[in-house]
Design a protein around this ligand. Structure first.
Ligand SMILES: NC(=O)c1ccc[n+]([C@@H]2O[C@H](COP(=O)([O-])OP(=O)(O)OC[C@H]3O[C@@H](n4cnc5c(N)ncnc54)[C@H](O)[C@@H]3O)[C@@H](O)[C@H]2O)c1
Length: 254
């Protein structure tokens, strides 16, 4: 029996790289994807059973090409993680139409395009697959500064996850999302700088504020997210669909 296959988007850095590594360690054949194909191949080369592929989630048709290639090569598509996402920080009144479009194109339309591509491929090969979308604490609470377009995008991911889960349930395809908090990644480092600038304070002060906002008292590691994603992809969550799982050290409870 061939290994289960998993595609991870935006997997060349941060949370996506941790998810790819975690799934490879659990016996999946992982397709590491990113805008930079060479970076994806480099990361895949360091994993036990993985390949790299170019996938820009804003590119219509790109997700379909990857999903179809996986089915053609392996005969199965078991798991898809829509991780790629972007953020930038500005006050609500300063966010331009172009900023809003860019955020929604990657964070919402990217998840939508990838979800369609993954589900169609799973249906085509008869796989009872599982899809996980990366939402955020910003998908559960708008009480976050300078992130209005990002908040809108992540609430949309939570809603889209439910709609996908509802329509795909008769095909035994499960769809869930995870909602991380303050995860130490390149995105996090950029946000520390932006928020310090916007608040007129230091990066250290912003970082300490984020730790103080986290009841478990530490920043989140990409591996904390990867563990939750693996749970939602695997058989232990067989009866869970449409869920948006908080993985945030208690920062936002609902
Ligand atoms: N870091 C956090 O604190 C945090 C918290 C909650 C949710 N998230 C979400 O988790 C996901 C990963 O975040 P991260 O912190 O690792 O971010 P990151 O910026 O460190 O990495 C994101 C990855 O997505 C890729 N990407 C961006 N646009 C893309 C596109 N159009 N097509 C394909 N790939 C693209 C980037 O190249 C990068 O590899 C995102 O969806 C983010 O919104 C992050």
């Amino acid at each position: 029996m061939s290994a289960p296959t998993a595609v991870v988007t935006g997997a060349t850095a941060g949370i996506g790289a941790a998810i790819a590594g975690d799934l490879a360690g659990r016996g999946y054949h992982v397709v590491v994807t990113g805008r930079d194909g060479e970076a994806a191949e480099r990361l895949a080369a360091g994993l036990p059973d993985a390949t790299g592929a170019v996938l820009d989630v804003t590119d219509e048709g790109a997700a379909t090409a990857v999903a179809e290639a996986v089915v053609a090569e392996h005969g199965r598509l078991d798991a898809w993680v829509s991780n790629a996402g972007i953020s930038h920080m500005a006050g609500f009144l300063d966010i331009s139409a172009a900023d809003l479009d860019r955020t929604l194109d990657v964070n919402v339309k990217g998840v939508f395009r990838c979800g369609q591509a993954a589900a169609r491929a799973m249906l085509a090969c008869g796989s009872e697959g599982s899809i996980v979308n990366l939402a955020s604490i910003a998908g559960k609470s708008g009480r976050l500064p300078y992130l209005a377009d990002y908040v809108a995008s992540k609430f949309a991911v939570v809603g889209l996850t439910q709609a996908m889960a509802f329509e795909l349930a008769p095909h035994k395809i499960r769809v869930n999302s995870v909602c991380p908090g303050f995860v130490v990644t390149p995105m996090h480092e950029r946000e520390l700088g932006w928020e310090a600038n916007l608040r007129g304070t230091t990066v250290d002060a912003v970082r300490q504020g984020w730790i103080d906002d986290t009841p478990l008292g530490r920043l989140e590691r990409p591996e904390d997210v990867a563990e939750a994603v693996a749970f939602l992809l695997g058989p232990a969550s067989a009866y869970i669909t449409g869920e948006s799982l908080a993985v945030n050290g208690g920062t936002v409870m609902d």
